[in-house]
Design a protein around this ligand. Structure first.
Ligand code: NAD
Length: 700
């Protein structure tokens, strides 16, 4: 990486013509987005930027100096204008009179809202004083891997001096807050020619009098650091070279597919977790290296990193040279328990009387030699981002260990950040999780009317959804539509024929790698057919049996296997049909196959109960809108039987129903959601008809 960094020199993307018509706050946003959109400059959500701007005071009409600074939360790469907090500089300066010293610095956060300019609702962040007191108009704070590699070396002060001379200063590790703001002010005032400062174990501050200059300075300093690292590391192999082989991509995914549900089961406790797998080259180089066992326990250094990744990863006991995955899986329980004990002991050692209680003691990052990195979090985006942060940490360790020796933060300092009362307050303010947060669902026939509506219902409740369908084109359309609305993290799709057991097994393996396992199976893929018994060909009979009965069996069997591995229960919902309960003329193959589904559900409810696996049935009837069954042959047959068209049929079915209402895909989705969620935690072996009322389908 060190040489790669050197080759990838950051280029200025500043466009003078674009910036010419911008106000100072707009230029600040432009600069922030440019900086944050390159992960070599800063990690997701990491860093902040500011500008001190003259504004008209809304009350006095006078010109006042206002600090525009990235507020709490958000990411400089993707933020908008509303992501900035605005504060009166004269009030921020007046705050110094309130300061009682480092031991009381946290109370200063409570004064920041009193400095708000322009009724701006964006909360000011803990980093605000780090920008306010630097006596320059523009300030950038970023977490570049190249800079942190220097900042996390044991001799970071000397290295900083060696690389930058007087251009960039150095400050020892200090938790971000009011005191660090005063340190930065002192340094910048005493060193007026300095362009910024390296913060040990943390990151970079740079400043200038002009927005563009500040941007260019930040890039130039990072480039200088990266080039120096590249030169100094020379041709030495990263992490002292490889210690074990790296397996092929297919082997790596296959192993991750088996490990992830096993880990997920062990760490899901009260709240289920979602997994993410990453086997990019930087990860493989680290997990296969000579220094894995030395560096992994040292932990990550930048506070931004370990808040997401926990200080240490769990290195999974797996030898890619002599793989014995069964033994690895058998040993996971002890490894996870040992990690939890260590974490609880760390909390015990470092806690103060007012420290928040122990949080989830499970590892976030699992490193698998020869295979890659698995991360788990309460939602998919967080799992992915935690992995990205650990890649930042790997880059830092690679750089630092190439030119010096890497050091993590002292344990107590790390604890003080992790269990900081201000951090805890942020966690307490988090909104209540949605009802399916952390849950992973597979929806077969996910490209169809009822399947897509069900997927949407689940996504609205915070679930991750894998759509499976035989129709590739329709699957892509459904996937793109849902990913567009709910974000690409939470939707995946796989082409699968439910009648093919290999394809079904492959889809579950995909799901395990993409999300970590499964909690909800919606078996819904289906067809409809109509023919008098004497005209029902064996092929038509078998087609119904294959897709509806055998298909439901195959996807359920595979779900049960993963449920058993995880050991945290599960919910299976069969979308069957009113016709599975009520006989219907000229559809014997369909009706019989649907009846078989319903009875299969009862059998599985019996088998699964002891493992917390619930199995229930939702029976739709006459869902014409959105359904692709109600196109083509089936529609023609039904329409001609009743001498009408599609609209006429819908109206006919509405009138036939007891409640005189049309049934829509969303109505079926609501029933499925009920059985998928904990709302029905005490129901299994049940049937819910969503058919606007049909006496023949009454269960008894
Ligand atoms: P739909 O045709 O819109 O969706 C069904 C989906 O299943 C399609 O996308 C199709 O490509 C997929 N599929 C078909 N065969 C497959 C296979 N072998 N492997 C994987 N995917 C396959 O129909 P819908 O109305 O959404 O139906 C969903 C379920 O609801 C079906 O099981 C159906 O029998 C049942 N149902 C529907 C109605 C209704 O009136 N629409 C009534 C009762 C029951």
């Amino acid at each position: 990486m060190t040489t790669r960094l050197a080759a990838d020199r950051l280029q200025s993307l500043w466009d003078d013509a674009r910036a010419a018509g911008m106000s100072e706050p707009e230029k600040l946003l432009y600069r922030s987005n440019l900086l944050g959109s390159d992960k070599r400059v800063t990690n997701y959500g990491g860093g902040n930027t500011s500008a001190k701007v003259m504004e008209t005071d809304p009350l006095t009409g006078e010109q006042v100096e206002v600090l525009w600074v990235k507020g709490s939360g958000g990411d400089i790469g993707s933020m908008n204008m509303d992501g900035f907090a605005t504060l009166y500089m004269d009030k921020l300066r007046a705050l110094k009179g309130k300061y009682r010293g480092a031991a009381h610095e946290d109370e200063m956060v409570g004064y920041l809202p009193h400095c708000t300019f322009g009724l701006n609702p964006r909360a000011a962040s803990i980093d605000t004083p780090l920008h306010a007191y630097v006596p320059r108009a523009h300030v950038d704070h970023v977490h570049s891997d190249a800079i942190i590699a220097i900042a996390a070396s044991i001799n970071s002060r000397d290295l900083t001096r060696q690389i930058f001379g007087d251009e960039i200063g150095w400050l020892p590790w200090k938790k971000p807050g009011y005191e660090l703001g005063l340190w930065l002010e002192k340094f910048a005032t005493e060193n007026p020619r300095a362009k910024g400062c390296v913060l040990a174990s943390h990151g970079l501050f740079t400043w200038a009098d002009d927005a563009k200059d500040c941007y260019l300075t930040t890039l130039a300093i990072i480039n200088k650091a990266a080039e120096w690292l590249g030169r100094t590391a020379g041709g030495r192999p990263a992490f002292a070279g490889a210690a074990r082989p790296t397996l092929s991509p297919a082997e790596r995914r296959g192993i991750a597919a088996r490990l992830m549900p096993a880990i997920r089961g062990l760490i899901s406790g009260d709240r289920h977790k979602v997994g993410h797998f990453d086997d990019q080259p930087a990860v493989l180089e680290f997990v296969g290296s000579q220094m894995l066992e030395v560096l992994a326990p040292l932990g990550t250094s930048c506070p931004d990193h370990f808040l997401r990744t926990k200080i240490r990863p769990l290195v999974v006991d797996f030898d890619p040279a002599n793989p014995d995955l069964d033994a690895t899986i058998a040993g996971l329980g002890n490894a996870v328990a040992a990690y939890r004990n260590d974490y609880a002991a760390y909390h015990d050692r470092c806690k103060k009387p007012d420290s928040p209680a122990l949080r989830d003691p499970n590892a976030v990052v699992y490193l698998v030699p020869g295979v890659g990195m698995i991360t788990f979090a309460l939602d998919k985006a967080t799992a992915r981002i935690s992995g990205e942060f650990y890649v930042n940490a790997i880059n830092v360790m690679r750089g630092a260990s190439a030119v010096s020796a890497y050091q993590g933060l002292p344990e107590q300092e790390a604890f003080d950040i992790e269990y900081w009362l201000l951090e805890e307050a942020k966690l307490q303010r988090m909104p209540k999780p949605k009802s399916l947060a952390g849950r992973v669902a597979l929806v077969t026939g996910g490209a169809g009317g009822i399947g897509a509506a069900t997927a949407e219902r689940f996504l609205r409740e915070g679930a991750c959804v894998m759509l499976a369908d035989i129709d590739e084109g329709a699957l892509k359309t459904a996937h793109d539509g849902l990913a567009g609305r709910f974000g690409p993290d939470v939707v995946r799709s796989v082409q699968m024929n439910v009648t093919d057991e290999h394809q079904v097994a492959r889809a579950y393996a995909e799901m395990a790698v993409e999300f970590g396992g499964i909690d909800i199976l919606v078996s819904n893929a289906g067809i409809a057919s109509s023919a008098p018994i004497e005209d029902t060909s064996l092929a038509l009979w078998n087609r119904n049996m294959d897709i509806l009965s055998t298909g439901y069996f195959l996807v359920s069997r595979e779900a049960f296997r993963t449920f058993r591995t995880q050991g945290i229960g599960g919910s299976v919902i069969f979308v069957a049909s009113k016709n599975g309960l009520a006989a219907s003329p000229n559809a014997s193959a369909y009706c019989t196959a649907k009846a078989a589904e319903i009875h299969l559900a009862r059998c599985l409810a019996l088998e699964g109960a002891e493992g917390g696996i619930r199995v229930n049935v939702v029976n739709p009837d006459a869902v014409l809108r959105g359904s692709r069954i109600w196109e083509g042959e089936w529609l023609d047959q039904r329409a001609s039987t009743h001498g009408t068209d599609k609209e006429g049929l819908e109206e006919m079915y509405r009138k036939r129903s007891m409640l005189k209402r049309s049934v829509l895909p969303e109505d079926i989705a609501e029933g499925v959601y009920f059985f998928a969620s904990d709302l029905s935690a005490k129901s299994t072996g049940n049937i819910l008809n969503v058919d606007a009322g049909n006496v023949q389908a009454f269960t008894r």
